[in-house]
Design a protein around this ligand. Sequence first.
Ligand code: FAD
Length: 577
Amino acid sequence: KKCRPPINENADETGGSATIAQLFPLARPRLVWVGSYSISAMFRTLPCVSRRSNGNLSSWAIVARPFDPKQSQVATEAYRHRFLSTIAKHQRPKKVAIVGSGPSGCYTAKYLRAAWDKSGGVDEESEIAIIERLPTPYGLVRFGVAPDHPEVKNVQNDFNSLFESKKGIQFYGNVEVGRDLTIDELRSRFDAVILATGCESDRKLGLPNEENLTGILSAREFVAWYNGHPDFTHVGNYVREALGAETDDQDIHNASVCIVGQGNVALDCARILAKGGKGLFDTDIASHTLPVLGNGVAQITVVGRRGHIQGAFTIKELRELVQLKEEGFGTSFVVREDELDLGSTPASIEELESAGGRPKQRINKLLRKAATENEEIDAPKRIDLRFLMAPSTWEPSQNDPSRLGAVICERTRLVGEPGRQRAIGSGETERIPAQLALVSIGYKAVAISSLDEKYFDEDRGVVKHVNGRIDNPNPSLGGLYAAGWLKRGATGIIGTNIPDARETVATILGDLQRPPAAEGSRGNSSLSSLLEERGVKIVNWEAYQRIVDRESVQRRTESQPREKITDLNELIETALV
Ligand code: FAD
C-alpha cells in the first residue's frame, strides 16, 4: 500500500508525483522521481508503477498510477522486461581518463567508482586511468601542503586505497598530456576525459621591475622548492643568494623577507622561514632546503592591502604564527593596534557581525590580544603581520642595483559596502627593507597544450564549463570535463574538492547513460599500447611503490615521514629498476 502515490494534477516534477502530460512535455528529462521511491525500489517492489519511454534512455519518465491489484502484476512484469532490455542496449563498461592525480582527480575517481559500484552489473567492470605528469601522485598534497602539517597529508591514505582496490583504477605516472599524447587522442579512447591539472602558474603584482630584479619570487616557486618538487630545485640557489645563506646552516640569517599577500600560503611561507631547516628537521621538508633556511630568518614582514577582517587566512594558520615563540622557535609575532583600529571601519564591523562573521570574530580577538603583547618582542626572529599596506615599488639594492633592496608600500584605507570594501591609496608610503620578496597573491591555471584555446578563460585562469562539462561527447570523441582548481580557480582546501568532484561526476554519469557505441580498441589497454609505442616510461602504481620504499629507507630521522627524492631522473630510475 505504501506504493500508492496518488496522481496529483497540481504537483510539479519535483513535487512527488506528476501526470504523464506534465512529464513528457519536458525538453530533456533525464530522470524523474515520483513519490519518495528510487527507480530501483519501484521496479523491484511496486506493482502500481508504470513506465512510459520513447525508447531513448536519456529521455524517459516514471509515472505513478493509482493502485490496481488485478492488472498490476502482469503489467509490472511486462514493463520490467521492456525497461531492462532498453537499458541493456546502452550498457557496457565505461572508460574514463582523468588528467592530474591531485585531490580533485582522486576525488573524481573515488565518486565515479562509488557510483558504479552502487549501480552494479557491467558498471563494476568500468575502468579509470589517472594520468599524472610526475612520477609521484597527489599534486599539492605532496608539493603544496606544508611539511609541518603532516596530518593534512593523511588524505593520501584515502587516495592510496583507490589504486590498491583492484577495481580498474590505474595510475599512469610520468605521462604528460600535451607532451606524450593529446587530449583528442585520449578522447578517442575514453568515454569521458576529465582535466584536473590544477594551477601551475601565478598571479603577478605587475609592478615595474618585477621580472628583472633578483630577489622576487612567487610563493608558488618557493613552496614547490621547499617541498622537493623536481622542477624547482634550482630555486635553492636563488634563495641562498638572497638570504646571504653562505655560512653555517645552524645560523639565523640576518636578512629581511617581505611576503606580499595574506592567504594561508603566505602564512605557511612565513612560518617555514621562521622555523628554518633546523626547526623542520623531523618533517618531510626536502633536505636541500636545510642549509639554505638555516635556523630561520631574522625579519619576516607579511603585508596585505586590506584590513585584518578581510585577510584570507584562517585561524589555525594565524595561531601557528602567534605561538612560534611559545613553542620554542624563537620568533616574536608582532601586529599593530593602530592598523587593527584603522581596519575596523563601520563596514568591517558589520562584516564581523554578519551571519558568516564568526571565524573573523575569532581572528579579530586573537589579533587584538597579540597586539597587547607586542612589548614582549625579545626573540631573535620576528614576524610582522602588516595590514592596509599595498606594495607600490620594488626598490633595487643600493649595493647591487640588479637585486631587490626594499619594498615600498603605500598606506591604504578601506572604502565601500560591507563585504565589498576596497583598499585605496593614501599617498603615504613606508619602506620595508627586503632582500627576498615572495609574491603570494594566488595561483593561476594555464591551459595545457593541446587544449583548444576556446575552452580556456585566460583572464580568470580557469576552463569554461557548465557543471564540469567542457565539451559534449560525440560519436567519435568522449566528453571533456574539468574538476578542481582548473575548474573553479585556486580557492579552497582539499575538502572543497569533494563537492566540486561530485558535481562533475553527476554530469558525467548523466552523459554516460548513453555512451557512444564502443569502437575499436579503447580504455586503459589502448592507452598503455599507445604510450609504449611512443617509448614513454610509464610509472605505474607498482613502480611508484619503489619510490615510496626508497623514500622511507633514506629518512633523516625515525620520526621523519619520508625523505623525498627531488631529482626527476632519479625518481624515474628508482621506479623503473
Ligand atoms: P593539484 O593538487 O595541483 O593537482 C594537479 C595535478 O595535475 C598535479 O599533480 C600536476 O602535476 C598534474 N598535472 C598538471 N598538468 C598535467 C598534464 N599536462 N598532464 C598530466 N598531469 C598534469 N588544503 C588543505 O586542505 N590543507 C592545507 O594545509 C593546504 N595547504 C596548501 C598549501 C599550498 C601552498 C597550496 C598551494 C594549497 C594548499 N591546500 C591545502 C589546498 C589544496 O592543496 C588544493 O585544494 C588541492 O591541491 C587542489 O587540487 P587539484 O587536484 O585541483 O590540483
